[in-house]
Write a protein that binds this ligand. Structure first.
Ligand SMILES: Cc1ncc(COP(=O)(O)O)c(C=O)c1O
Length: 374
């Protein structure tokens, strides 16, 4: 049997909102303005409101959002930033590009997210910031984290690139720290048709600084009082994102429905574990992740049936060749390393059907029935 289920249904999404997208593109072309215009202004206001933050600044990617947020903190070269190694590689790129040094703490074996209990032990005199990553769309325990960060006087910058619309204790993802960073990479819960990102924040001073630093550090034409990058969310992407933002709450609810279906089916299979979810939180279900001992064999079996799965992520950042110079060895982050060996992402997206989730689950069930018998 070949069921042909992709990881993400771009075509179904496009078909659903085609007319809105075409109108949005037409408006941008007719305006004759493609950079830093009204579509960006309007999207930034809508996104800030969606996130429950006073300000949002659109930038060129999630990686740039992290880099620019860190640069705005005006830390010294070589200062240390605590984060996790099982997250997306670009989080670390953002830290290094801001001239800072990543320091990794292990994950909590139950949630597979940053373990706040590890923070105090990872701090040195140079530790100045912490980046919790709401990986898979699951919220890090921000209450415990904020307490440790306050004790150690660390600036908190949330990597909310997988958590658009996540809520913990009635607060939205990205609003717990000084900055919240988002990616609009096409597969994200709110995805552009190309690259894009945003930073949300509370302080007017940070807002002013970031509006300059994403645009060559320019205050007004020909004047550059501070150093900055070229990192702007363009008008076309902003217009598309405004269209998609209207659907985001509904799409997140649908993901949640599908995730519930997955959980109900897969909890019966002893070989599979799933992350513990904080009951005070609303997840965005960006990814539906499971863990199994022989991950590659299950992935190959599903691929043979036409089901596309992915791995987020197979190599932890501290074991990436590019970062071996940081001095970490295999075994330094045991829970992280085990998670990376076992994790597998099953398809989830707003246009996946419940019947497709059931098909995936019964194929997994069949696989384990056959393989535990033999
Ligand atoms: C957790 C996380 N952080 C950072 C990024 C970087 O975002 P971008 O690809 O937009 O630079 C991503 C997206 O890939 C991500 O998932």
């Amino acid at each position: 049997m070949n069921v042909n289920i992709p990881f993400f249904y771009y075509q179904r999404e496009y078909k659903n909102i085609r007319a809105d997208l075409q109108k949005a593109a037409g408006d941008v072309f007719a305006s004759g303005r493609f950079i830093l215009g009204d579509h960006l202004k309007s999207f930034e206001q809508q996104f800030a409101q969606f996130c429950g933050a006073p300000f949002a600044v659109g930038v060129a990617s999630g990686t740039d959002a992290l880099t620019l947020a860190l640069l705005a903190c005006r830390l010294k070269p070589g200062d240390e930033v605590i984060t996790v190694a099982n997250g997306a590689y670009p989080t670390i790129v953002g830290i290094v590009r801001a001239g800072l040094r990543p320091v990794f703490v292990d994950i909590c074996p139950e949630t597979w997210l940053m373990d706040s209990k590890q923070i105090a032990g990872a701090c040195s005199k140079k530790t100045k910031a912490i980046i919790p990553v709401h990986l898979f769309g699951n919220m890090v325990d921000m209450k415990a984290l904020s307490k440790s960060a306050k004790t150690k006087k660390l600036i908190v910058i949330e990597d909310a690139c997988q958590a658009h619309g996540g809520i913990l204790d009635k607060k939205k993802a990205g609003t717990f720290g000084r900055f919240g960073c988002f990616s609009f990479y096409p597969t994200k819960n709110l995805g552009a048709f190309g690259d894009g990102g945003a930073i949300i924040m509370h302080r007017q001073k940070d807002y002013n600084a970031l509006r300059q630093s994403r645009n060559y550090g320019q205050s007004d034409r020909y004047n550059h009082p501070v150093f900055g990058l070229n990192s702007r969310l363009d008008e076309l992407q902003a217009a598309y994102l405004s269209v998609k933002l209207k659907y985001l709450k509904r799409w997140n609810q649908w993901r949640s429905h599908l995730a519930h279906l997955y959980r109900e089916h897969l909890k019966k299979i002893d070989e599979i574990s799933m992350p513990c979810i904080n009951p005070l939180s609303r997840q965005t279900h960006h990814l539906f992740v499971i863990r199994v001992k022989k991950r590659n064999a299950l992935q190959a079996h599903l691929a043979k049936q036409g089901i596309m799965t992915l791995i987020h992520y197979p190599i932890p950042a501290h074991r990436q060749k590019a970062f071996l110079g940081l001095g970490y060895k295999a075994g330094d982050l045991p829970h992280t390393e085990r998670c990376c060996r076992e994790i597998l992402s099953l398809p989830i997206s707003p246009f996946l059907k419940p019947s497709e989730v059931r098909t995936i689950c019964s194929l997994i069930e069949g696989y384990y029935k056959k393989n535990t018998r033999s």
